[in-house]
Design a protein around this ligand. Structure first.
Ligand code: AMP
Length: 429
């Protein structure tokens, strides 16, 4: 199928062409016709599937085809969980609407509100916003949602994870009841389904099916490593693999800072991105990472949510997430738009329960290997554990620089929970 066949008009097609897209992604092919028909849509799609264009293009088409109203009331609201995602979605809306008489704006917290208020006063057709700042400015009378015709709840699962349920309900109450609703989510928990039920009217469900998603091209590797050895292993992986662009996830902000410091000390340029960093610092870190000025971006889940970093070759889970769905989001940062990607997880004994929870969500076992020279000593049963002598020998070798892990492939050694399973890399299916 082509973009022309989807029923998009000339000015939008021109912008799509300028982006270099040759054909719609599966989620675009499935969602766009329903949205153009004015239906509510419940879409299962994660970042990397082209979901943003999936809702933006038809919304622009709908708005461009309807008559402008006086002072440009907000006719479409796109609600996103994080500032970064809001900025990215806005950038997309801006690009796709380049040849249309449509104004868009973005508002989020962490920056002064004054410029945002000025922009809103001039009139905005499409507003991209995070919940807090949106409600804040609405309560100040800086904006009204009374004329919204199309509402998008983007990354709804993350919204709920971040505790935005009340805010979402409040936002919904501020819009007219007659409107079109689109809900996009990577995962569908009971809470999401309940939320969807409350505001979607006879929604059409669309899904970026696993066969067609970018995640098919992700190779997942999991290594059992002692907690205290993770940094060393990571540094070796980056240096030996000559990785030029790697996104690393930690569970905590403090952990992100500590790891960033250690990487920089090891001459691997890195920056951290998390909720305690100012918006300016986050934007700068992301820009430097995208332009290859730094090799590593260390992120917490919330900060990294929805980051659009095209063709990211490596993602590392320095620590597994305690929310299993986050694993899916994290590895979705690689292998995008048909490119091959590698997602590596360093797992210590304390994280085995997290691993099991992730396997449950994925509905598959994660093949787990050991890096030669870094056999875990925390978990191994007594008779298999590395002896003090061996450990000493190894650290002596390391001192001479000869015991670096040679390759990042899992060895044939198995942990108990892998017995009876096939070896080799596994792909998500
Ligand atoms: P998204 O899932 O919306 O974050 O998009 C992921 C990436 O895919 C972004 O860099 C988009 O610019 C890109 N993209 C979106 N649609 C297409 C398409 N039809 N063909 C190729 N790339 C696309």
């Amino acid at each position: 199928m082509t973009f022309e066949e989807l029923g998009l008009s000339e000015h939008i097609l021109k912008a799509v062409k300028a982006k270099g897209y040759t054909q719609p992604s599966p989620i675009q092919e499935k969602a766009i016709p329903h949205i153009l028909e004015g239906k509510d849509v419940l879409a299962s799609a994660q970042t990397g599937t082209g979901k943003t264009a999936g809702f933006t293009l038809p919304i622009l088409e709908i708005l461009a085809a309807t008559k402008k109203e006086g002072k440009r009331p907000i006719r479409s609201l796109i609600l996103t969980p994080t500032r970064e995602l809001a900025a990215q979605v806005y950038e997309n809306v801006r690009e796709y609407s380049e040849h249309l008489d449509i104004k868009c704006a973005v508002i989020f917290g962490g920056v002064k509100a004054k410029a945002q208020i000025t922009t809103l006063r001039r009139g905005v057709d499409v507003l991209v916003a995070t919940p807090g700042r949106l409600l804040d400015l609405e309560s100040q009378g800086a904006l009204s949602l009374k004329r919204v015709k199309v509402f998008v709840l983007d990354e709804a699962d993350r919204m709920l994870d971040m505790g935005f349920l009340r805010d979402i309900k409040k936002v919904i109450s501020l819009m007219p009841s007659e409107r079109q609703n689109l809900l996009f989510s990577a995962t569908f928990s009971k809470d999401i389904k309940t939320l969807a039920h409350t505001f979607l009217n006879n929604p059409v469900s669309v899904e970026a099916t696993p066969e067609n998603t970018a995640t098919e091209t992700i190779t997942q590797r999991v290594y059992n490593v002692d907690k205290g050895k993770k940094t060393e292993v990571l540094i070796n992986l980056i240096k030996d693999g000559n990785w030029s662009q790697v996104l690393i996830f930690t569970r905590t902000k403090h952990g992100a800072n500590k790891l960033t410091e250690k990487l920089n000390k090891a001459n691997i340029t890195a920056a951290a991105i998390h909720g305690n960093k100012s918006q300016a610092a986050r934007t700068k870190a992301l820009a430097n990472f995208k332009s290859n000025s730094i090799r590593v971006l260390v992120a917490t889940d919330i900060a990294a949510r929805g980051l659009d970093i095209p063709l990211l070759p490596h993602v590392v889970n320095f620590e597994l997430p305690n929310v299993p769905e986050d694993y899916v989001h994290r590895i979705g940062r690689t292998g995008r738009a048909g490119a091959k990607g590698e997602a590596i997880s360093l797992v210590c004994s304390e994280e085995m329960d997290y691993k099991k929870a992730i396997e449950k969500v994925l509905n598959e076992r994660l093949e787990t290997g050991i890096i030669p020279g870094y056999e875990p000593t925390d978990t191994a049963p007594p008779k298999k554990a590395a002896t003090q002598k061996n450990k000493k020998k190894y650290s002596d070798n390391k001192g001479s620089g000869s015991a670096r892990p040679k390759r990042q492939r899992p060895s044939n050694r198995r942990t108990d929970d892998q017995k009876g399973r096939n070896s080799g890399d596994r792909r998500r299916s």
